[in-house]
Design a protein around this ligand. Structure first.
Ligand code: 9MR
Length: 365
């Protein structure tokens, strides 16, 4: 996704000491420094489900993936199968083939399901991106949400109702993400989507989901503020919203903005919201090639983040965006300059456990 390439340039300077320490870890000095970031609170929080986003191709074609899901996943998220691009190839028809496969598997294996996503600026069929009439787009959005949420009502426990509606950089681009929904419907698109989802399944927990809410930049603080404004506005209008999903596509070269993050999460909780980690993985494109060095740096990055988020209060689930490096989006969107393979996820490309898996198991049940 192009926006992920936009670079973060503004960092606070007051965390240089910790940043230097972690840079040293990234350079392969030792992982032991990281243990100072561990808190007993984090490690005692072992009732958090470990969620896994499921990509349809390996789910269908690699039996080991289904086995590992049965063994380890405490929550299943269809990675792409519930997006408009998968469900709505043509205007008149819904194609639930892929989503049904994953959801049936989750149900047979007693795994709760998180739905992703009812509204996103990306992964839309071209016919929806071409709509220019506000009443028509509103009608199509409501019909879509009623049909999709209605089909899985009582079966999908939580939904990402809106995904990435905040601009990549609100400091320079304004608050909202540009795309068909905002361009045609304005800020109301968020209210329309939440109201429709609540009506279609009043028992479902409804989330707003976004990325870059975790690091220590001014841009991230602006993104956090934008999310808080959206939440407050929905609440003021009595439109249900129950949670915020932090995607947590973490960059190994960035640091968690621990203080900002804790403040942000506590503010959300004071508004009555839940917080979930929804798309965890680590972008390792700038780390040295040595897999051991990289795995240590990936663990350090995730540990710093999970310590902060679990210290801030309860977390609904911790979900990784896939299970094996083999099928991660990171290698395509953040290609390395050498020939080494990206290692963003808990299992390697041979489906072998990596140190990241052991770390995540310390925080999850
Ligand atoms: O990982 C997903 C990839 O397989 C899809 O091709 C892509 C477009 O549908 O979406 C990726 O998932 C994105 C998620 O839906 C929202 N946050 C960013 C994820 C990575 O781009």
């Amino acid at each position: 996704m192009a926006s992920f390439f936009e670079k973060q340039t503004i960092n606070k300077s007051n965390l240089l000491t910790r940043r230097s320490a972690l840079n040293a870890i990234g350079a392969g000095v030792t992982a032991s420094i990281c243990s100072s970031f561990l808190t007993s609170n984090a490690l005692a929080t072992s009732n958090i489900p470990f969620g896994v986003a499921v990509h349809l191709d390996p789910f269908r074609n690699e039996p080991i993936f289904r086995e590992l899901l049965k063994q380890h996943a405490g929550l299943i998220v269809p990675m792409n199968a519930l997006k408009w691009a998968s469900l709505r190839h043509t205007e008149g028809k819904f194609d639930f083939g892929g989503s049904d496969e994953i959801i049936n598997f989750a149900e047979v294996n007693n795994k709760p399901i998180h739905g992703h996503a009812l509204l996103w600026y990306d992964a839309n069929p071209s016919w929806i991106d071409a709509v220019t009439s506000p009443p028509l787009l509103e009608k199509l959005l409501i019909e879509h949400i009623e049909t999709v949420v209605g089909r899985y009502a009582g079966r999908i426990a939580t939904w990402d109702v809106v995904n990435e509606v905040v601009a990549h950089d609100p400091l320079t681009q304004g608050k909202w993400r540009k795309g068909v929904w905002h361009n045609i419907l304005g800020p109301r698109h968020v209210e329309i989507a939440f109201a429709a989802a609540a009506k279609a399944d009043p028992t479902c927990r409804l989330f707003i989901n976004d990325y870059d809410l975790e690091d220590d930049s001014l841009r991230t603080e602006a993104r956090q503020r934008a999310i808080l404004q959206i939440v407050r506005r929905l609440q003021k209008k009595n439109i249900p919203i129950h949670g915020v999903g932090l995607q947590a596509h973490l960059y190994a070269e960035r640091r968690t903005g621990r203080d900002n993050l804790i403040k942000f999460v506590r503010e959300l909780k004071s508004l009555g919201l839940e917080v979930a980690v929804t798309e965890l993985d680590v972008i390792d494109w700038k780390l040295s090639a040595d897999p051991k060095v990289r795995d240590r740096a990936v663990v350090a990055t995730v540990r710093e983040f999970l310590d902060a988020i679990t210290d801030a209060g309860s977390v609904r689930n911790i979900t990784t965006w896939g299970l094996s490096d083999k099928h991660s989006w990171i290698k395509d969107v953040f290609p390395r300059s050498d020939s080494a393979k990206a290692r963003p996820l808990p299992f390697d490309d041979q489906w072998q456990k990596k140190p990241l898996f052991d770390l995540i198991k310390k925080y999850t049940k």
